[in-house]
Ligand binder design. Structure first.
Ligand SMILES: *[C@@H]1O[C@H](CO)[C@@H](O)[C@H](O)[C@H]1NC(C)=O
Ligand SMILES: *[C@@H]1O[C@H](CO)[C@@H](O)[C@H](O)[C@H]1NC(C)=O
Ligand SMILES: *[C@@H]1O[C@H](CO)[C@@H](O)[C@H](O)[C@H]1NC(C)=O
Ligand SMILES: *[C@@H]1O[C@H](CO)[C@@H](O)[C@H](O)[C@H]1NC(C)=O
Ligand SMILES: *[C@@H]1O[C@H](CO)[C@@H](O)[C@H](O)[C@H]1NC(C)=O
Ligand SMILES: *[C@@H]1O[C@H](CO)[C@@H](O)[C@H](O)[C@H]1NC(C)=O
Ligand SMILES: *[C@@H]1O[C@H](CO)[C@@H](O)[C@H](O)[C@H]1NC(C)=O
Length: 467
């Protein structure tokens, strides 16, 4: 797979039933879906998907508790409140504590739902696993304990249930100390109340955010490197058996896209009536405002014969969870090289871009790039890539531009373009109100915090709303 095929697009539009990676995902109440570093449990009773994740707000970027949403199609999400609420003064789940990477499994023997997570204090000095239970999948969950797994440390927490025998496992990195830096795969006891025995240790790879995808023949363990909120190239290990031998780690997305600016954390196997689809569920962290972080969910294409797993980018795709089929949505493309530019913006040779040219140099609010005659009803997107990564000594993880439609300066949208690596342009989705017939879309400058650098554009792609 060549990097140049990856990403030169800029996509937009979000209709409720399509999946738009990195889009602004709204729940059925119109609020931002707030369930970061989450896990999804399919409830055997009603067959729905339940998404548990960290609730992050500007006031409480950590310790906001665990929110829960439900969906029948993985695209429309209904909020059910906090499954696990922080409790003032509690020794383990007070608002000042870390409650991260929650996962929920049904315990058949205990006849209740068991939630596990990474439980820590604010300086990550405990490295424990939290445990809470509820008779109802949406909770509220009651705290049971925070323990050291088999007497050891536990940081990023994952959970995996083998679809063949129903057995559940914990996955956890064991911290950053010299003695740590491993990832453990450890079985739970039969009622998922404590850990049993270590099945495998991914020794000294210093990885985190683990998840396992199971095919008919193989297990693929995906993990990220440890680079904080900066994205990196997620790797996978393959094995015929959970106890190994596991393969060498290999990259799951085109190099230097840093897994399309995302971190691993969870995955889903969707066994439909027509095909089995594997979904990579990643987080696109926003280090400046972590509560505004987005979600990158993409199909993983697996070839067990070649022993490969590739997470494939699509701006917008339609997934049918009943049949397991998914298909990318087609958009209308407008190239930046054909746009009208004003102010300091300029066209620059870029051999990785569409037509060999990007438009760059949006600085301050005097530069604009205008695309004319977009005829679709909704949508839009853009991409960056050629501008410096470091401004005033600070790493810049995103560039922010203004987007104006048909000169309506009262309704300017912000376009937050994510950065990965030189020569890589990733799609940035944005939902716009376009009118019937011809439209004019203008991308201009806006403050991006440190410096005044706006987006770099290769093209925009307009996606039609769902009929
Ligand atoms: C879980 O199993 C253990 C040992 O098998 C037992 O002691 C415990 O009571 C069980 N807990 C629940 C909630 O079923
Ligand atoms: C977190 O726990 C560690 C280990 O007990 C301790 O050294 C550290 O001071 C604690 N941090 C805070 C903020 O309490
Ligand atoms: C679980 O749900 C049922 C039905 O909605 C409700 O009656 C019950 O109170 C709930 N239990 C808890 C612990 O919330
Ligand atoms: C704890 O983890 C370290 C690092 O993986 C390992 O060397 C040690 O054996 C573990 N201890 C136990 C009790 O599992
Ligand atoms: C453009 O930027 C200048 C200086 O940063 C500011 O004074 C002015 O209000 C801005 N104009 C608009 C339309 O945002
Ligand atoms: C946009 O449409 C108008 C009216 O149809 C036409 O006059 C103009 O040339 C078009 N502009 C471009 C860039 O195609
Ligand atoms: C610039 O970056 C520094 C360091 O990350 C941050 O403290 C400061 O708030 C930023 N300034 C603006 C205007 O965002």
């Amino acid at each position: 797979m060549h990097v140049s095929t990856v990403s030169l697009v800029l996509g937009i539009l979000a209709s409720a039933k399509y999946i738009v990676p990195a889009g602004e995902w709204l729940d059925t109440d119109g609020n931002f879906v707030n369930a970061h570093a989450g896990g999804i449990t399919v409830d055997e009773e009603d067959g729905k998907f339940y998404w548990f994740g960290e609730r992050k707000t500007e006031d409480e970027p950590e310790g906001g508790g665990i929110s829960v949403y439900s969906s029948e199609d993985l695209a429309t999400w209904t909020y059910h409140g906090l499954a696990l609420a922080p409790i003032e003064g509690h020794p383990y789940i007070a608002p000042e504590h870390i409650i991260q990477r929650p996962k929920v499994a049904w315990s058949k023997e205990a006849e209740q739902y068991h939630m596990w997570w990474h439980a820590d204090n604010s300086t990550y000095g405990w490295l424990l696993q939290g445990f809470a239970t509820s008779p109802n999948i949406t909770g509220p969950y009651s705290f049971v304990s925070a323990t050291a797994p088999l007497g050891n440390w536990s940081q990023d927490f994952g959970m995996f249930t083998d679809y063949k025998d129903g057995k559940t496992y914990a996955l956890y990195s064991n911290g950053d100390s010299v003695e740590g830096r491993d990832v453990y795969l450890t079985s739970f006891n039969s009622n998922i109340t404590s850990l049993d025995s270590v099945i495998h240790r991914f020794d000294k790879f210093d990885l985190e955010a683990p998840t396992i995808i199971q095919t008919d023949q193989s297990y693929y363990a995906l993990m990220s490197h440890k680079t904080g909120y900066r994205p990196n190239n997620v790797v996978a290990f393959r094995s015929d058996s959970l106890s190994g031998p596991w393969s060498q780690p290999f990259f799951v997305a085109p190099l230097n896209t840093r897994t399309y600016n995302s971190q691993s954390g969870f995955s889903l196997r969707i066994e439909g009536t027509k095909r089995t689809t594997y979904l990579y569920l990643g987080d696109q962290w926003d280090s400046r405002s972590v509560w505004e972080s987005r979600y990158i969910w993409l199909p993983a294409v697996i070839d067990d014969e070649k022993m490969t797993l590739d997470v494939v980018w699509h701006d917008v795709y339609d997934l049918d969870v009943k049949t397991g089929e998914w298909s990318p949505i087609d958009g209308e493309t407008y190239y930046a090289k054909d746009a009208v530019i004003e102010g300091g913006a300029f066209k620059q040779e870029a051999n990785f871009a569409s037509g060999g040219i990007i438009v760059t140099g949006i600085r301050g609010n005097d530069s604009t790039i205008t695309f004319e005659n977009n005829t679709d009803d909704m949508g839009f997107g853009d991409q960056p890539g050629g501008s410096p990564d470091r401004i005033g000594g600070t790493w810049i993880l995103r560039r922010i531009s203004s987007v104006t439609v048909n000169g309506d300066t009262a309704n300017i949208k912000e376009l937050r373009q994510r950065d990965t690596h030189k020569g890589i342009l990733l799609s940035t989705p944005l939902l716009l109100d376009l009118k019937e017939g011809s439209n004019t879309i203008t991308v201009g400058g806006l403050s991006n915090g440190n410096g005044t650098l706006g987006a770099d554009l290769d093209r925009i792609v307009v996606y039609l709303p769902e009929e």
